[in-house]
Design a protein around this ligand. Sequence first.
Ligand SMILES: *Cc1c(COP(=O)(O)O)cnc(C)c1O
Length: 233
Amino acid sequence: MDIAAILRTNLQRVQAEIADACSRAGRAPESVRLVAVTKYVDAAVTAELVRAGAEDLGENRPQVLEEKAKALEHLHPRWHLIGHLQRNKVRKVFPHVHLLHSGDSLRLLETVNEVAAESGKSIDVLLEVNISAESAKHGFQPEELIAAVPKIFGLTSLRIRGLMGMSGLEAIGQEKQNQFASLRILLERVREEFPEARDWRELSMGMTDDFPAAIAEGSTLLRIGSALFAGLR
Ligand SMILES: *Cc1c(COP(=O)(O)O)cnc(C)c1O
């Protein structure tokens, strides 16, 4: 099979698995969006994936996102930045980002807000929460997030859409699902405590190995990479 055929097959299989997991969870398949994580492949293969039907693409490195966004401009994918963003990289990547998943500190959010205000455009952002209690992971601790919310409301060029989280590398089975549940519950709590947060609806959680559990707990954005490129190398 050529690359295009492999990508089409993989994409269809992943979409079918998403639909299955939605039906088991009693959810409409349209309530979940697939963000195809293309960090494993170059711009040419990424372009093939867009032609195969992927509309939302995720990269974890700002510089790669910027390069691919320029190379694939004619295909009009929506770019999601899913990895840690250093403050000195905000300005360059900003124009290309449809949704920033990795709003992981107040200082970063302040910088993004500044750049957005200067350019006269607002930007959609998710707040990344450390739900696994693993120290290597970025993100707000849950209580830290609650404390930061009033300050975040003051960053008026950010449109906060919801929360993002990753299950722990060491977590197994039900443990992963419990971590996803904790993110859902945290979002519910924020929406209850802060009326200004009633438009926070997105939950970015779930990857190749754990997305059915994430769907069961209300994920609205799946960040899936490996499953889409199986059989390519
Ligand atoms: C790589 C990556 C993913 C995708 O992981 P897969 O296991 O390949 O599906 C999702 N989220 C983030 C933040 C990543 O860095």
